[in-house]
Design a protein around this ligand. Structure first.
Ligand SMILES: Nc1ncnc2c1ncn2[C@@H]1O[C@H](COP(=O)(O)OP(=O)(O)OP(=O)(O)O)[C@@H](O)[C@H]1O
Length: 655
């Protein structure tokens, strides 16, 4: 592997190379036969010092390059979630702080006063030392100076306490605002992008990244500002005490500034890369857990473990990179702390001997140097914390950069006729899976969509139900485009029923009334009766109020499907799009369910995406979709008479 291309195999998420296991919905990554970590990036443990240093530098440069590459790739991913730019973070921060100026200024003033109180102590001590050195000072003067020190220390403690208490309240308020923002943003993500993004990435962003961001907003930011103010005030006090004795510390500031600037330039890409590696670890892990049965059935355990190990190793590489950046910074910081102390003592000795400075000034200067170390340390540690926070914030704000796939208006459909015109759709740019489909659904009509696997039936169903918007053309109901309708209104016009039925953790009632939350119990029971679910719901310990879902009362797939259909009865849409709605249910339940479904479907238009052709046989019209186009359209008898693709499918199915 060459320097420019060093790095692990591109992940399918970025390389678009995910494969589907036959017969499985799980995406699977290509098997990796070579070691994922290039040799150049492995730690060199043997050889002469110069070679090892050279190898260390090469590894460092490679990691830096990779951090930059990953940063660029994650800024504009093809399908996953993007990362926001640096300026977006500052705009976001400004908007967070905008309504909280008063409390922010108040707490900064309190912290500054506490810092000033701390700076007064060395000045009083300076007087104490100078007075004690002079032979004629009265004991009363020394006593009052000592009392002044005690008074200032108490005042500083009280100010610090008040400042910290206000900081805590301020931090909680900011955290709440940040969390609300994230929840709001995630909820408005278009479904198509949620499906396209990896679960691990989304989960890492809304858990780890929210935590890191709020940590740095709550603690990192106020502490960095306070530490900066304290450092500046201490430097001012040092110059006031003795310009000569402040020289060594002032001279070390440029070295410190250089090291911090260098760090700030490199750290963001490093931390964003680190965040992405955590997402990758989570993605592999969730994929393995979700596909546990497939993994077991195909004996893929070892491969999955290897993938996990690779993810962890890559993550460790990213962590080592950011750690080496931090270490370099800390070396300079340590040097910048200790050398001024030595130089000030030497300079102070010479100055005292020549009468340029007093013993008290030297004492105060040494105390100030000691005093500046702690806030400087805090400042740099918090700058580091802020870097991690900024990286997490860019990932969170990236979610907000996903463009909305619809802009709902208040338009109301005039009628119930569903029409699709010139529908084209692509999951990947330049690869249309529908090529100009026209569908005209009469009110109350049953239209079956049949065709070979992968021909575009489900995609057409999703477009007709307004889940995805077409690339060209439009789907309208009563003359209004589906994407122009408010979501709550859309679901009472057209609804899609698929094989996936999620039961949310909540009561049976909550799960049924999702589309119309104001429905009463009688409506819910009627809906459950219609889908044949009332029999078993009635027997649950708390009936409608029983909490079901993950970790609670578990429902069978068939029961989950009945709940989903009951949801539909309550939503009462005039058009249903059924995509294999009854396939997961055992034949006996399916027969019962089909019975209740036919009464549910009465008076509604139905688009049934059918794999079992008997569904098609009973439909008013049948659309045969082949390669993303409607190849034939007509009733069963018409199409049999035409002796085309449908007739061939029917003969194959009935023989
Ligand atoms: N989420 C997706 N991302 C990328 N490509 C997809 C996605 N979903 C479907 N496709 C592709 O779009 C094409 C049409 O798929 P679609 O699921 O609509 O076909 P289908 O006729 O319903 O197939 P089946 O009967 O097997 O369910 C296929 O080539 C499929 O691989």
């Amino acid at each position: 592997m060459t320097e420019g291309t060093a790095g692990p195999e591109p992940r399918p998420e970025t390389a678009g190379a995910a494969e589907k296991l036959p017969g499985s919905a799980q995406t699977w990554r290509p098997a990796i036969s070579e070691p994922v970590i290039p040799d150049e990036l492995r730690p060199a443990r043997t050889g002469p010092i110069r070679e090892r240093l050279g190898a260390w530098r090469r590894r460092h440069l490679l990691r830096e390059q990779r951090a930059k590459d990953t940063f660029e790739r994650s800024r504009h991913p093809e399908r996953g979630l993007p990362v926001a730019s640096g300026p977006a973070v500052w705009t976001f921060l400004r908007s967070l702080l905008a309504g909280r100026r008063r409390i922010l200024i108040g707490l900064l003033v309190l912290h500054a006063l506490a810092a000033v109180a701390g700076l007064v102590v060395p000045q009083i001590l300076r007087r104490l030392v100078d007075n004690a050195a002079a032979a004629d000072t009265a004991a009363a003067t020394l006593n009052s100076l000592a009392l002044a020190v005690a008074g200032v220390v108490v005042a500083q403690a009280l100010l610090t306490f008040a400042a910290r208490a206000i900081s805590a309240v301020f931090g909680q308020d900011l955290l709440a605002a940040a969390r609300e923002y994230v929840v709001h943003t995630v909820l408005r993500l278009p479904l198509s992008r949620v499906e396209g993004a990896s679960t691990g990435d989304l989960v890492t962003r809304v858990t780890r990244d929210v935590g890191t961001m709020s940590e740095s907003v709550r603690w990192g930011l106020p502490q960095a500002v306070v530490a900066l103010v304290t450092v500046l005030l201490t430097l001012g006090a040092m110059i006031y005490n003795s310009p000569l004795l402040s020289l060594p510390l002032l001279l070390s500031v440029p070295a410190l500034a250089f090291a911090v600037t260098r760090y700030l330039k490199r750290a963001p890409a490093g931390y964003i890369t680190e965040g992405k590696t955590y997402s990758d670890i989570n993605s592999t892990l969730t994929e393995t857990v979700e596909g546990a049965r497939t993994v077991e059935a195909f004996g893929l355990g070892e491969k999955r473990r290897d993938l996990g190990d690779d993810d962890i190793e890559v993550s460790a590489q990213a962590e080592r990179y950011t750690m080496s950046l931090r270490n370099l910074l800390f070396i300079v910081i340590d040097f910048a702390y200790s050398s001024p102390l030595v130089w000030t003592l030497l300079l102070g000795g010479v100055g005292y001997a020549n009468g340029w400075v007093s013993l008290g000034q030297l004492t105060a200067a040494i105390l100030y140097i000691q005093a500046v170390v702690e806030p400087l340390d805090r400042l740099i540690a918090n700058v580091d914390r802020l870097q991690v926070g900024v990286a997490s914030t860019t990932r969170l704000l990236g979610i907000a950069e996903v463009p909305a796939d619809r802009e709902p208006t208040d338009r109301q459909p005039d009628g119930v006729k569903l029409t699709g015109e010139d529908l084209r759709f692509a999951y990947r740019e330049g690869h249309d899976v529908l090529h100009g489909v026209d569908v005209d659904l009469q009110p109350g009509e049953r239209l079956a969509i049949v065709g070979p696997s992968g021909s575009g039936k489900s995609t057409l169903g999703r477009l007709l139900a307004g889940i995805n918007g077409p690339r060209t053309g439009s789907v309208t109901v009563g003359g209004v485009e589906l994407l122009d309708l408010r979501l709550d209104l859309l679901r009472t016009e057209v609804a899609l029923v698929t094989q996936e039925h999620h039961v949310f953790v909540g009561t049976v009632r909550d799960n049924v009334v999702l589309a119309r939350e104001d429905s009463d119990d009688a409506t819910v029971i009627e809906a459950l009766r219609a889908t044949g679910a009332w029999e078993w719901v009635e027997r649950l310990p708390e009936g409608l109020g029983t909490v079901v879902g993950s970790g609670k009362v578990r429902l069978t797939p068939a029961q989950a499907q009945q709940i989903a259909l009951a949801r539909l009865v309550v939503a009462d849409p005039h058009t249903l799009v059924l995509d294999e709605a009854t396939s997961l249910i055992d034949p006996r339940t399916a027969r019962t369910l089909e019975g209740s479904m036919s009464s549910l479907m009465e008076g509604r238009a139905v688009v049934a995406i059918a794999h079992r052709l008997h569904t098609a046989h009973d439909a008013d019209r049948i659309a045969v979709v082949i390669d993303g186009q409607i190849a034939e359209l007509g009733s069963h008898d018409d199409l049999m008479a035409a002796n085309g693709a449908y007739a061939a499918l029917w003969r194959a199915w009935t023989s």
